[in-house]
Write a protein that binds this ligand. Structure first.
Ligand code: FES
Length: 138
């Protein structure tokens, strides 16, 4: 005997979206790499700085130019270093990360100071421990 199979509407909708070739998620943005990461030992520092902000900062950077990204989180010209880490009274152990980019364009630089791809944002700031952390941003 023939039995009629009922397909739930949400399964049917998912199937029709897949077969129609629609993309339901935006492609992940390409995360650039620091070409100077292997050149300077500062990139091997294990301890990250304090959370400055809970979201990245978009900055236009020029190709071939050297930049210093603040790792300690205390610079007043975030996300770049202003030399605050040299203040002996603050006893900051982190050094800034020297980097340069391949193309002149806008980049998302990490402002939570916890990225695993210094100095570029890799999405680490979305983790609950970062989102609930206290920041020093005024
Ligand atoms: S701001 Fe630090 S990983 Fe995104």
């Amino acid at each position: 005997m023939f039995t009629k199979k009922v397909i739930p509407l949400h399964v049917l909708a998912r199937w029709s979206i897949k077969t129609a070739g629609y993309v339901t998620k935006a492609p992940k943005p390409e995360i650039p790499n620091n070409s100077l990461a292997s050149v300077y030992s500062a990139n091997e520092q294990k301890i990250n700085g304090i959370v400055y902000d809970k979201k990245p900062f978009k900055v236009k950077l020029e190709a071939g130019k050297n930049y210093l990204w603040c790792l300690c989180g205390r610079s007043k010209s975030q996300p770049l270093c202003d030399g605050t880490h040299r203040d002996i009274y603050l006893k900051i152990t982190q050094r800034p990360i020297r980097f340069k980019v391949e193309q002149t364009k806008e980049y998302w630089l990490c402002n939570c100071k916890q990225t695993k791809n210094r100095p570029f944002c890799d999405g680490t700031h979305k983790q609950p421990e970062i989102q609930t952390a206290s920041t020093i941003r005024v």
